[in-house]
Write a protein that binds this ligand. Structure first.
Ligand code: AMP
Ligand code: ZN
Length: 114
């Protein structure tokens, strides 16, 4: 058996502040927000990282981005702007090995990222 906290959240075995649930993905508030709006868009399917996406997963990835757009609009950050982030591995800063897109907004982001 493997432990994955995002699978636990997807399967409702662990609580989260859920924003959206549909057939293929869920979105919930990040437990340690780095911006006024910090929401994670997560596929129900356990895919370890962006590096593990296959050609067959492309419509899922597109859906994740379209949902992020909608959530940005609902949170009124679409006009001022926002950042979508996918971390991969140790150097990328990935801490949860289940693919997710961070939607960050509500403040001015800096560049380069830390
Ligand atoms: P990453 O570092 O890109 O893998 O992002 C993982 C994110 O998941 C971090 O921003 C964490 O704050 C967030 N996180 C970890 N556990 C939970 C949880 N139980 N509920 C919501 N967000 C979480
Ligand atoms: Zn998982």
């Amino acid at each position: 058996m493997f432990d994955c906290i995002f699978c636990e959240i997807v399967n409702k075995r662990m609580k989260s502040e859920m924003i959206l649930e549909d057939e293929d993905l869920v979105a919930f508030k990040d437990i340690n927000p780095q911006a006024p709006v910090h929401i994670l868009v997560v596929p129900r399917k356990h895919i370890e990282s962006v590096q593990d996406l296959k050609a067959d997963d492309m419509s899922l990835l597109a859906t994740m981005i379209l949902e992020a757009q909608k959530i940005a609009e609902k949170n009124n950050i679409n006009e001022d702007g926002y950042r979508l982030v996918i971390n991969k591995g140790v150097n990328g800063g990935q801490t949860v090995s289940h693919l997710h897109v961070h939607l960050l907004g509500g403040r001015r982001m800096t560049w380069p990222p830390g």
